[in-house]
Design a protein around this ligand. Structure first.
Ligand code: G3I
Length: 348
């Protein structure tokens, strides 16, 4: 049977996954490495290109794991999405505590950010297809205040101007990499749910950056969906992607997974219990894929992990427990969602 990457190639689409380096290097689990290589034409580091991984101690860079992924991608003829240059999570403790105790001033912080972007983008120069330059800079309706705003460590300490700076610094270090803004809750427009407002907020941000000549090339919609949340239609997702494309930007689905609430004990055998979730999951994956296929500026469709054996979801959602978020089960058996993605690639 043809792989996802082969089927996607006929559309000029790259299909990818986030890669967990511990799983990739686990000799007891060869299936992880095999599938990561055979099914996908692009890879993203799930964690090892984040600041806390790259520079755990100030001034000492730990490139090893990220370089390994770059090497894996080269051997398997895959493109790499770089993730992530500027984010408020997974920052090294020396940085956050230095700011908190005042030993790092605002002026120094801006210089540190500039140096970080320059060092990282230069290190990987020529090897990264798309960089997530700025990640999750915008609040959600459930935040306080509920009016959408620039949130988090960087906006608080530097003001929202850091966003334009980050893109300029990244461009200077690698003029050929495509520079993306990446976020969640911007997957759809016209759904009538509050995510519309965030899509519009990010659209306005991107429009203003473009108007000022800031070098942003794309917007990535993460695509972390759930079967018990409001589901989008293909038209609503295509509408969001088309809005961004209307600014002359590329788009991508960058972190797709679809989580479900799980009930202890039923997963193993109870198909009456499990089948509705598998179907709802497949339908959500399919909506995102069909929208991406319908919009020619959608360059890549990346899964945030491909097996339930290695997924961030159970660790992040425990009350109530959620999981089942990927397209292969814990035993590396493809689920309905996997077959559905293939159908979309074959019949579109
Ligand atoms: O590395 C330590 C390890 O030393 C320690 O023993 C272990 C104990 O908890 O923790 C390990 O760190 C974990 C890290 O993943 C590496 O595995 C963290 O606890 C855990 O919180 C961290 O989670 C990651 C999460 O980002 C953190 O924000 C997930 O793997 C990763 O999938 C997730 O990815 C994000 C994207 O970058 C941005 N968009 C949302 C997406 C999902 O949250």
């Amino acid at each position: 049977a043809q792989s996802l990457r082969e089927l996607a190639k006929r559309h000029g689409l790259y299909v990818g996954t986030a890669v967990d380096m511990a799983a990739l290097n686990d000799a007891a689990e060869p299936r992880y490495r095999e599938l990561a290589a055979s099914e996908f034409s692009t890879v993203t580091a799930e964690n090892v290109m984040k600041w806390e991984s790259l520079e755990p101690t100030r001034g000492t860079y730990n490139w090893g794991p990220a370089d390994e992924l770059i090497d894996f991608a080269r051997k398997n003829n895959q493109r790499v999405r770089g993730h992530v240059l500027v984010w408020h999570n997974q920052l090294p403790a020396w940085l956050t505590s230095g700011v908190a105790d005042g030993s790092i001033s605002k002026a120094e912080l801006r210089q540190i950010l500039r140096n970080h972007i320059t060092a990282v983008v230069t290190h990987f120069k020529g090897k990264i297809w798309q960089w997530d330059v700025v990640n999750e800079a915008v609040s959600d309706p459930w935040d306080t205040p509920s009016t959408l705003h620039y949130k988090g460590f960087w906006a608080q300490n530097l003001g929202p101007g850091y966003i334009a700076d980050a893109f300029r610094w990244a461009r200077a270090a690698d003029p050929k990499a495509l520079l993306f803004y990446n976020d969640y809750n911007i997957e759809a427009f016209g759904s009538g749910n509050p995510a519309d407002d965030k899509t519009q907020f990010v659209y306005n941000m991107a429009r203003d950056l473009r108007a000022k000549g800031v070098p942003i090339d794309g917007v990535g919609a993460q695509g972390h969906l759930g079967t018990q949340y409001g589901n989008f239609s293909t038209l609503q997702v295509a509408a969001a992607l088309r809005k961004f494309a209307g600014l002359g930007l590329a788009t991508a689905l960058t972190e797709v997974d679809v989580r479900s609430q799980i009930t202890e004990g039923v997963e193993a055998g109870d198909s009456a219990e499990i089948n509705p979730r598998l179907q709802a999951s497949a339908a959500n994956f399919s909506v995102l894929m069909q929208a991406c296929l319908a919009e020619r500026h959608c360059l890549s469709f990346t899964l945030w992990g491909f097996t339930d054996k290695h997924s961030w979801v159970p660790g992040a959602f425990s009350d109530p427990p959620e999981g089942l978020a990927t397209v292969y089960d814990e035993n590396y058996q493809p689920k309905l969602a996997y077959h559905e993605l293939k159908s979309d690639l074959i019949f579109s």
